[in-house]
Design a protein around this ligand. Structure first.
Ligand code: 2BA
Length: 110
């Protein structure tokens, strides 16, 4: 069994949750916040049998799309000089999904 952690954009999260229901893949959706943009995103926790990991990843890949996002107040780490100027929007490409697949040592439900 594996633990799939998938960080996706809020815009895709409902469709992805529905895909999981249809495929009988059990998942938990958490509201999360990206460390860089400090904007909301969604994190899915999915415990899934080894042989269904690829199916799970396929649904994530199919459902989640990358989008350009415009940040009006760029994080300080972006090398943008604002000296004496009105801040202008900076474009950032936010990926469709960031996914981690981890081994599960033990799975119990009580
Ligand atoms: P955020 O941290 O808000 O990052 C949003 C997007 O900003 C990133 O998209 C990337 O395009 C850009 N970005 C992030 N850090 C940057 C930096 N230091 N300099 C320039 N641009 C930067 P994604 O890479 O697709 O990430 C989307 C979201 O997935 C992230 O939101 C974060 O919540 C999560 N994430 C991405 N990589 C992760 C990792 N290695 N560990 C944990 N969470 C991760």
């Amino acid at each position: 069994m594996k633990l799939v952690l998938a960080i996706v954009q809020d815009k895709d999260s409902n469709r992805l949750a529905n895909e999981f229901i249809e495929a009988n893949i059990r998942a938990t959706k958490l509201s999360s916040t990206g460390g860089f943009l400090k904007a909301g995103n969604s994190t899915f926790i999915i415990g899934v049998e080894d042989e269904r990991v690829e199916k799970t990843l396929g649904l994530i890949k199919k459902t989640c799309q990358s989008r350009k996002q415009y940040v009006s107040t760029p994080p300080m780490t972006l090398n943008v000089s604002l000296e004496g100027q009105v801040p202008y929007p900076v474009e950032v490409e936010v990926g469709g999904a960031t996914v981690f697949v981890l081994p599960i040592e033990k799975f119990q439900q009580y």
